[in-house]
Design a protein around this ligand. Sequence first.
Ligand code: ADP
Length: 541
Amino acid sequence: MLGLMQDRPLSLTHVFHRAERLFGHKRIVTGQAGGERETTIADWAVRVRRLATVFDTLGLSADARVGTFCWNTDRHLELYLAAPCTGRVLHTLNIRLFPEQLVYIANHAEDEIVFVDRSLLPLLWPLVDQMTTVRTVVVIDDGADAAIPDDPRIRDYEELLAAAEPFAGTFHIDDENSAAAMCYTSGTTGNPKGVVYSHRSAVLHSLVTLTADAFGLAERDIVLPVVPMFHANAWGLPYGALLAGAELVFPGPNMTPAAIAEQLARHRVTVTGGVPTIWMGMRPLLAQHDLSALRAILCGGSAVPRALSEAYREAIGIPMLHAWGMTETSPIASISSGRSHQDAWTEDERADARARQGQPAPLVDLRIADPESGQELPWDDEATGELQAAGPWIAREYYRGEGGGTQFTEDGWLRTGDVAAVDRWGYVRLVDRTKDLVKSGGEWISSVDLENEIMAHPAVEEAAVIAIPHEKWTERPLACVVVKEGRSLTGEELIEFLTPRVAKWWLPDAVEFIDEVPKTSVGKFSKRTLREKFGDYTLPS
Ligand code: ADP
């Protein structure tokens, strides 16, 4: 017997129309050169409607991939809705990728058009000739003075909008499984792979960001996504905020910790999110700003150091809300929100729990498996295995079959490449990425755990641990450490500090002091760069 409920497609058109109808008076603020601009959802929605017309007049095909090369801005949010609501596919290009990767990605996705912030045009324009399917480049003037080449392919965003009548009807998508957006993995291994989100996956993911034990996004929130809109849809914050009716504050091109701290304070932002690097940079500024309105700082993308989270709790009263996910998981897969049984715990025990990646989000299933036999492992916090994920917003394959079957199990789960243990409450503890583990004498050393302990030293700004080949032990850890300004630290002092904190065989064989840990295009520690840098490193015997 079938249920008798209406079968209405889950689609981002609902997110748009709901925001337009219910929340037109709410503000969207964007940082720009020399200040900020402010608009309302009502005015923004008219521009989305104009943009829909522009897509047609420019002759974009029905499922055109619409590339964006933009900061976090209200204009980017226009594209975020106009593309999927008209059946096109939003393709956010990561502005920090290497030129070859950008060309590869635009060609692989067959982008027909790219919308680019004027300040970023000098990065994009030299590549456009190699982007063989791109016919039009639309420049969004963000007040930068970058030269605009005289070329028939270049169009001006504001001129196009001004000349277009707003689409007057109701946006509609027939098939909720049709593509809404795509995003390429940052390609830490091999070529970047295309992940294609559907309307259905985007709506369900957004809905979960509104649930209390996830981000709890609500109408009265003021949301500032620091995480770039080209990085896994800014973790779902823009769509989630619109669905909830929250206000949005965007940093625009100025992504310095000082500028973000000012925006957080000035707009009494309640929810923000970004990778740990951002929050590390802002830590020294906390005392100078009134951040009392903040209720959640989402943090993930790489392990959130316990010491960082605790520093925020001590300074402003809230720790980080630790979440785990990847481009392939839309990205929210697990969240370390508190549970009632933790009320009886000490603050220290709760801090330990917050350093874990958390419990699966509703509708997401997680399991750990022996990477060789595929055998599922128990949730006893001891057994470690490959973390695998399944759910309605988890990728089932890559665009154009790239990556083959290797990243998916026979029964259709995503193999994340992360190694984890899970405790009896269902809280994931990520041990490492498979390729970052230090394999010493047949055992594993978690580079993440070791980094956490090193970063707990008061003189350490940041630290990354990499494996160095070793004749006897296969691999041994090398600690690459950045010392805080005005502080000093020797390798011996650090080892002395670590000795009571980790197993003896975990102690790094060497400590190298560096000026900065190299970062990937999305601000994570780039261990690949470090491995290259210390390629022929000889450990002291
Ligand atoms: P890339 O693989 O290029 O880094 P993603 O942004 O998709 O691109 O990264 C996903 C990976 O980031 C995860 O597989 C995991 O290794 C890491 N990651 C994400 N969130 C966390 C977290 N909270 N703790 C530890 N690692 C994380």
